[in-house]
Ligand binder design. Structure first.
Ligand SMILES: C[S@@+](CC[C@H](N)C(=O)[O-])C[C@H]1O[C@@H](n2cnc3c(N)ncnc32)[C@H](O)[C@@H]1O
Length: 259
């Protein structure tokens, strides 16, 4: 197995970390390309270069590194309320979503969860993302394209409460919409046995209805969680919890299709 730092390949995306300016996310490709709608940059020199390569552009010193999922999420343009990183991480972990998996979500919203799913399934996996609103689909599609993962995601305009899903054999389905309980039966049919259904809702009432529906639809152990993350302020001899904390996002319901 190869070891040591991997050089950048043509087509992969890099984070250009500039001193005193916002970082730039762009694909490594030959020739000049337009970024941020107006300025041009030539990243030909990064093909085959190692992470940590430094160069100057428009009077700023940049370092090229591989972007993390957090780097990509930080650039997301928000419309609808998004699934935050802490909840997305737990969804991916609990639903066992890994490289090569085939997953679906509704709705697309701003595409924040879509990005986390695209990251988890990798280049060999697929994400189908449903939304009934074309404006949200446009926003989510643009965010996924800006992160460099357009080829991993199929966006579908569809009301999943009225029309269900147009896919089957899925490893996981994630529902982030106002009435997830109304999609439980359709999600069950779309899942492989052993596949997971996850619901994400801001209120206890929605969670209760979803869990009740999952139990009566024959899902395996059904359980629910809330993820709380408390940042710490670290100072010599004065390390303590931060005063500010994101107190509430959403409640997660998990169920596994048994057969
Ligand atoms: C809170 S947003 C989803 C946010 C998204 N998970 C994210 O992380 O950016 C809810 C989305 O569900 C969509 N939606 C609501 N009801 C729907 C339905 N019946 N079928 C498809 N999409 C629906 C809305 O249009 C909206 O874009």
């Amino acid at each position: 197995m190869a070891s040591g730092p991997r050089p950048f390949r043509e087509g992969e995306w890099v984070l250009l970390d500039g001193e005193g300016v916002d970082p730039i996310l762009a694909p490594v490709r030959a020739g000049t390309q337009t970024i941020d709608r107006s300025t041009s940059i030539d990243l030909t020199g990064l093909i085959g270069a190692l992470p940590g390569t430094r160069f100057a552009w428009l009077g700023v010193a940049y370092t090229a590194v591989r972007p993390s999922l957090a780097d990509r999420l930080a650039r997301l343009k928000r419309g609808a309320q998004i699934v935050t990183g802490k909840d997305a991480a737990q969804i991916v972990f609990r639903a066992g979503i890994g490289p090569g998996a085939s997953v679906a979500e509704a709705g697309s919203g701003s595409g924040a969860l879509t990005l986390a799913l695209a990251h988890a399934v990798g280049p060999m996996g697929t994400v189908v993302s449903y939304d009934r609103r074309p404006d949200f689909l446009r926003a989510a599609r643009a965010n996924v394209a800006a992160a460099g993962w357009a080829e991993r995601v199929r966006f579908v305009e569809r009301d999943v409460v009225a029309d269900g899903l147009d896919t089957e054999g899925l490893d996981a389905v994630i529902l982030d919409l106002p009435e997830p309980w109304q999609v439980v039966a359709a999600a069950r049919s779309a899942l492989v046995p052993g596949g997971y259904l996850v619901t994400y809702s801001p209120t206890y009432n929605q969670l209760e209805r979803s869990v009740r529906e999952m139990r009566s639809a024959g899902f395996g152990p059904v359980d629910a969680e809330e993820v709380l993350v408390r940042a710490l302020h670290v100072g010599e001899g004065g390390t303590r919890p931060d005063f500010e904390m994101l107190g509430h996002t959403g409640f997660l319901g998990f169920g596994r299709r048994r057969r």
